[in-house]
Design a protein around this ligand. Structure first.
Ligand code: SME
Length: 169
């Protein structure tokens, strides 16, 4: 099976999403461990978008988010649900776009170079399973285009990967 993904970085963001997501979705396999699929997702996003400095997942368990597969600098391993951008997205079950993280009350700076961020919750049967977090060293890197494609993609992730037997010990 070919795992290679190719993306023309000279395209617009929406064209990159249109190009990237079908390739990525075809790599996802419900019979493989969740962690394997999500790891490839982070690698593909980091490769496809120069604007992304960090991309990864945090898994929800009880009142805490735990660091999952990611690409970028080392990051905080746990975030209380309700705190930071990730924790608020998990709690409110909505996407949060932050144009300037320094103006977001409670923002958790895992990488001091980060200036903007988008966090998309992954929800199944009303329950927050995880959040998908993308950071950028530039201000205002994420907008409604990112929200549109990332939200659609996160819904697909709930169907195309097996979240049922995934255990955070
Ligand atoms: N900035 C996030 C924390 C996670 S790191 O960006 C990887 C937040 O405020 O929730």
């Amino acid at each position: 099976m070919a795992e290679e993904i190719s993306v023309d970085k000279t395209l617009s963001d929406s064209e990159i999403y249109e190009n990237l997501l079908p390739q990525l979705i075809s790599l996802l396999n419900i019979d493989e461990p969740l962690i394997s699929g999500l790891s490839n997702v982070t690698a593909a996003f980091k490769m496809a978008f120069d604007k992304i400095s960090w991309v990864g997942f945090y898994f929800a368990k009880d009142d805490t988010l735990f660091l999952g597969p990611f690409q970028g600098k080392t990051a905080c391993t746990r975030i209380k649900i309700g705190t930071g951008v990730c924790g608020q997205s998990a709690l409110k079950q909505e996407t949060i776009i932050v144009q300037n993280v320094h103006e977001f009350t409670g923002h958790i700076a895992c990488d001091g170079g980060s200036n903007s961020e988008i966090v998309v919750p992954i929800i199944k049967n009303g329950k927050t399973l995880a959040v998908f977090d993308l950071d950028s060293y530039s201000f205002s890197s994420f907008n409604e285009i990112d929200k549109f494609y990332l939200e659609k993609f996160c819904v697909i992730l709930t169907d195309k990967l097996n979240w049922d037997n995934f255990i955070i010990a």
